[in-house]
Design a protein. Sequence first.
Length: 140
Amino acid sequence: MTEERHAQEAAQNEGEVVKKEHRIKKNEEFQAVFKRGQSTANRQFIVYVLKKEEQQLFRIGLSVSKKIGNAVMRNQIKRYIRQSVFEMKEGLASGRDYVIIARKPVADMDFFEVKKSLAHVLKLAKVLKRDFPVHKEEKN
């Protein structure tokens, strides 16, 4: 599957990933995850995870710094992250808030590299099943 085709599917599926109940939008919610959550990092991402027993599903918040690129680049990175999370949602632990912070090296990565790196850091954080398949389809 080409990257362009994958991006088109991502645009179609994007609404499924970012339903209101799956979002962290408020500053207070971000701050709670930063203060009380556990952080795990690799070269491309920092992931904060806060366990919430009363919560049935998981929520994600994204942060992509202006240092990474222009608005088009930052939005593309956010789309890649959202689509990656959507494709891994069955393997992700529910009842948690996730804040994903992208680092500079992400700007030079395509979708498949972003997904692989994000899966790596989520496995390090022990919130993605170890045996969860990351690649359903590879690049042609």
